[in-house]
Design a protein around this ligand. Structure first.
Ligand SMILES: C[C@H](O)[C@H](O)[C@@H](O)C(=O)COP(=O)(O)O
Length: 651
């Protein structure tokens, strides 16, 4: 027989794996059972509940909190009332069994006080559609009879836990409830029955909406707002993304994610999208990721590019003002300081949705949550009218001390967090080592190489431990001598992450030949890859960096041979000298945009001052030293990484 913990983990993972049931890191689940108290040798009643901020789909035992039920239940005796309900969170620490595990879910009271061995709280789109419908209470009765009970909106916490426990006690026939504006809760005495009850509520709501919903809940198609053809749409998205990313990073640097699924494009093509978008999202987990409202471009899909850019800038300025006004309308003494005023979701009719976050996963998840919100609005409008929770309640969640505590528990950002790097020749040697180092320091990395298979191998290695490998690194096949391939690689980079901040011009090759043996082909190839290649990659990246307006870094991996004169090296040394001088020229030209241009001069050989071997990792360390933040006022510099070659000293 499985233990309550095994049952809880298996149930949580199954429910959390299906996005129709709940969203990433949304919802929570619990199980009650007994264990031996090592201090007394007697049985003790315990509850295992998901840790706050954890994800059901990937829940492990380390992500659970373990509490003593007798003490948890006793808290009702010291509860000071709804005005001071947040104080009860500190009391959970005194209910911990042993070390207590993870910080317990915000919904711990509900899980503890509901008289059932197993409880699930989920955020299914169909359930929230009913929960956020204007007549949600009446719909709940019509759809579920007395099997599922309506609970009006209340912010999660001790009082909501008490309310739901009372409703369960008063309705012994009920299998769960719809939580107004928020989601669903289901309960049962066995784990299997609890899971079945959760699924019954979700699938019944889905079936009701499908059967009784009106066919065009978002209204008719607005002429001119239809999706652009795919190629045109993607080209437009790639051109707009760096500009939008720059706007969305006004307060804090953001990484981006782009979604142009049919659901998004359909929503943006319909007459009701401006009204519905302005109502904002309803489920707390949605707006915590998407902000209370998205920013919407109010122009048709085919509007001239410059007009669209101008209007985006205006909409962004207005968004920031409205966000500040929202904060000022609702902030009370003791509210946390205003966080960034930039949008997390930017909707562009005909093109798609641009979502933003401090890293790629957060940006992607924000987009997934807005997709959930679109599904919720569609469902609610299909059977009723969409009526999200009031704005003041959204503020009470967004700036809630307990949500702030979740943010404070997050690990400190790494030095390159939020930065997007592209490394040419990233499939091997110095390029691969640099890609590894930049990813380890928190950057999103595009491993670019002529050998796509090698680039893919390195990108896969970088993303191997991530929830979604492409949140960390992607591969791009690119020959740096080919302008078209470079432009395509940057389009891919922009569509994957929103722009680019850090370029490493590393692609290169060395053919050691005397002057008389050097062919025109030898000369051209080395100049094409290293001198022309660096120029083309720098030019394309600078276009994007200037559009973003967020500065940037260009680092060229040159060589000691750019300054050292020796035999049998005319083509390579001259190409490296060209590449090295580009560093100084571009540093002089791009400084006004906050773009720093630096170089690294590696060398190999035994006759060095330090008598040490120079490894790719030493070169990667120099790239990080130049870009990691400590040398932020340095530009036009070459760092030698050669173990000491006096003849290559820079003057
Ligand atoms: C905003 C609330 O914290 C959220 O909707 C809550 O009800 C939830 O589902 C997840 O909270 P955890 O604290 O369990 O992560």
């Amino acid at each position: 027989m499985s233990s309550p913990v095994e049952e809880l983990l298996n149930r949580s993972q199954r429910l959390g794996a299906d996005p129709r049931n709940t969203n990433f890191a949304g919802g929570n689940a619990s199980a009650k059972g007994t264990a031996v108290d090592p201090a007394t040798g007697s049985d003790v009643e315990l509850m295992w509940v998901k840790g706050s901020g954890g994800d059901l789909g990937t829940l492990t035992e380390a992500g659970l909190a373990v509490l003593r039920l007798d003490r948890l239940r006793a808290l009702t005796g010291v509860y000071p009332g709804v005005e001071r309900e947040d104080e009860m969170v500190a009391a959970f620490e005194f209910c911990a069994f042993g070390k207590g595990g993870a910080a317990p879910s915000i919904d711990t009271t509900m899980h503890g006080l509901v008289e059932a061995a197993h409880v699930d709280h989920l955020h299914p789109d169909a359930g929230i559609a009913i929960a956020a419908a204007a007549d949600g209470e009446e719909l709940t009765r019509r759809i579920f009879g007395d099997r599922v009970v309506w609970v009006p909106w209340r912010r999660p916490g001790f009082q909501l836990g008490l309310d739901i426990a009372a409703i369960k006690a008063e309705n012994p026939q009920a299998i769960g409830c719809i939580l107004g504006g928020h989601g669903i809760t289901a309960w049962a005495d066995t784990s299997a029955q609890c899971e079945a009850n959760s699924l019954e509520i979700i699938r019944t709501a889905e079936a009701y909406i499908a059967e009784h919903g009106k066919p065009e809940p978002f209204g008719s198609v607005l002429p001119g707002y239809e999706a652009l053809p795919e190629e045109e749409r993607r080209a437009r998205a790639a051109a707009l993304f760096p500009i939008i990313r720059g706007l969305a990073s006004t307060d804090v640097r953001q990484v981006g994610h782009f979604t142009d699924t049919p659901e998004v494009l359909d929503f943006l093509s319909r007459a009701e999208h401006p009204r519905l978008a302005a109502l904002g999202t309803s489920c707390p987990d949605h707006f915590l990721r998407t902000k209370v409202v998205p920013m919407v471009l109010d122009l048709p899909a085919g509007a001239p590019f410059e007009e669209a850019v101008g209007r985006l800038r205006e909409r962004h300025a207005a968004y920031r003002e409205e966000y500040r006004a929202y904060y000022e309308r609702h902030a009370v003494p003791g509210s946390p300081a205003m966080r960034g005023a930039d949008p997390a979701i930017v909707l562009v009719p005909g093109v798609g949705m641009f979502s933003f976050g401090k890293d790629k996963q957060t940006a992607r998840v924000a987009g997934e949550f807005y997709l959930n919100a679109i599904n919720v609005m569609r469902g609610a409008e299909a059977v009723s009218a969409y009526a999200p929770i009031p704005e003041v309640e959204k503020f009470r969640i967004e700036y809630w001390e307990l949500e702030d505590a979740k943010l404070r528990r997050l690990p400190a950002p790494k030095p390159l967090a939020g930065r997007i790097a592209l490394v040419t020749g990233g499939g091997s040697g110095i390029g691969a080592a640099t890609a590894r180092r930049l990813a380890a320091e928190g950057a999103c990395v595009v491993v670019a190489d002529r050998d796509l298979a090698a680039a893919e191998k390195v990108a896969a290695e970088l993303g191997a431990r991530a929830y979604r490998p492409s949140d960390v690194a992607i591969a791009a096949g690119v020959d740096v001598t080919d302008e078209e391939q470079i432009a395509a690689a940057f389009r891919e980079t922009v569509l994957a992450f929103g722009g680019v901040d850090l370029i490493v011009n590393n692609a290169g090759l060395s053919l050691s030949r005397s002057l008389l043996e050097t062919t025109v082909q030898d000369w051209d190839l080395q100049h094409d890859v290293m001198a022309r290649g660096s120029f083309l990659v720098s030019r394309e990246s600078a276009r994007i960096m200037i559009d973003q307006g967020m500065g940037g870094d260009i680092v060229s991996i040159s060589s000691k041979d750019s300054v050292f004169a020796g035999p049998d090296n005319v083509a390579y040394g001259a190409a490296k000298a060209d590449q090295a001088h580009q560093v100084r020229l571009l540093a002089a030209e791009l400084g006004e945009h906050g773009i720093r241009v630096n170089g690294v001069n590696p060398a190999h050989g035994r006759r060095t001052l330090l008598k040490r071997e120079v490894l790719p990792e030493h070169v990667a360390a120099a790239v990080f030293a130049l870009t990691g933040g400590d040398l932020s006022l340095t530009t036009g510099l070459h760092i030698p990484v050669d173990a000491g070659v006096a003849a290559a000293f820079l003057r």
